[in-house]
Ligand binder design. Structure first.
Ligand SMILES: [Zn+2]
Length: 394
């Protein structure tokens, strides 16, 4: 081995040592480099070993040891950084909410229990534990929430609204029980909420919002009744809510907001009208939602929140720009928001958990392809296998 070669090895060794003081990003890059040693380099190393003196072999061994230690440390550090999803705890948390009907959270949730059922049951399904609940009991309660009009209420004895109607349809889809519905009655209720300009009202009181356009489109699509509404007008209304920043608001001229963007992009995706989205411009606005901690916010200058993992991520996936954010950092942020003792996920680390953020956290991790979770469809917000069953009968 020439003195120049030896110096090179020493230099490499020093640079490996230096990595111990480096930031996680540098370490990750270095680990990737180590992974890409090409066959020519390997042959060269083999030649060197064949012609080496015992001293040189000892030196090489030291170098390999250093390298191995470094790689093992990096792997361990990355693993620690990633944390783990406390799946069993989250299952227990969701089931316990259902049982604690007198708790504060249940009282707050009373009028929107239908949404709570959708959030909780979809989370259980993503975790592969939907069979932990009594399907017949849920369906019997759910059907008592339906009104004469065909719409569903948030709970028994409350008024119907398009929001709860979609949740009811989604829950029945999860259980493969859409056949208990009078499909025409439900779809007439929804199509009856479309206004002359193509927009949708949420209920008979008439509030208009692009959220309701998404709900109507998603719901009628699941029921195979999109022909009951004026799809062209609905799409034109959504496009009229598009802003110069590429985002969408709740009505024409309304400020862009990640939740609204999800609704509009998903509605356009379902109706095959995604060509109306300026993907680069919107992708840029969406990826700027990632803050230093790895979490995502819903608008500029706002705090990150786990629920935006869903709205921003699903939109980025639908417009094919999800590689513009750091997935690893977002996984870490969501995992940091878990209650590791009692289960559940909160909006931000150390806040109180709730069923809404537990759903959006797990759904976000599913979009991020976190191991052990079922895949979720970014536009229908239902597990992929449920969507496939609805549209392909399998
Ligand atoms: Zn939130």
């Amino acid at each position: 081995m020439s003195p120049a070669d030896f110096a090179k090895i020493q230099q490499q060794e020093n640079s490996y040592r230096k990595h111990e003081e480096h930031e996680p990003e540098d370490l990750r890059q270095a680990a990737e480099q180590l992974d890409h040693t090409c066959p020519e380099e390997m042959a060269e190393i083999g030649d060197k070993i064949a012609n080496a003196t015992p001293e040189e072999i000892a030196s090489m061994r030291t170098r390999v040891d250093t390298q191995m230690t470094y790689e093992l440390n990096t792997a361990q550090m990355l693993k620690n950084q990633m944390g783990e999803l406390a799946a069993d705890k989250h299952v227990k948390y969701i089931i316990s909410i259902e049982k604690k009907k007198d708790s504060f959270e249940s009282m707050v949730m009373e009028h929107l229990r239908m949404n709570g059922a959708y959030w909780g049951l979809t989370t259980l399904d993503l975790l592969g534990k939907l069979d932990a609940v009594d399907k017949e009991e849920v369906i019997s309660w759910l059907m008592q929430c339906q009104h004469e009009s065909g719409g569903f209420a948030g709970n028994i004895g409350h008024d119907p609204h398009i929001l709860y109607t979609l949740s009811a349809v989604q829950v029945l889809a999860l259980f493969d029980k859409l056949d208990v519905l009078d499909i025409d009655k439900v779809s007439n209720y929804i199509s009856g909420l479309q206004n002359e300009d193509g927009s949708f009202s949420g209920d008979i009181w008439g509030e208009v919002d692009t959220r309701f356009s998404y709900i109507a489109i998603c719901c009628l699509s699941i029921l195979h009744r999109l022909d009951k509404m004026d799809v062209d007008k609905a799409v034109n209304y959504i496009i009229s809510c598009k802003n110069l920043d590429g985002g969408f608001g709740c009505t024409p001229g309304g400020e862009s907001h990640a939740g609204q963007i999800f609704c509009c992009v998903a509605a356009l995706a379902i109706t095959g009208a995604l060509h109306h989205v300026d993907k680069d411009l919107l992708g840029w606005w969406l990826c700027e939602r990632q803050v230093k901690s790895g979490g995502l916010n819903g608008r500029p200058e706002k705090l990150p929140d786990v629920c935006y993992s869903w709205w921003v991520l699903s939109s980025l996936i639908m417009i094919d720009r999800v590689h513009w954010i750091s997935k690893e950092k977002l996984v870490k942020y969501i995992l940091d928001c878990q209650d590791l003792e009692n289960g559940g996920i909160s909006d931000r680390p150390d806040d109180a958990v709730d069923i809404f953020h537990t759903y959006f956290g797990v759904a976000g991790l599913s979009l991020l392809e976190y191991p052990g979770l079922k895949a979720i469809d970014p536009s229908y917000a239902l597990p992929d296998d449920v969507v496939n069953r609805i549209f392909f009968g399998k």
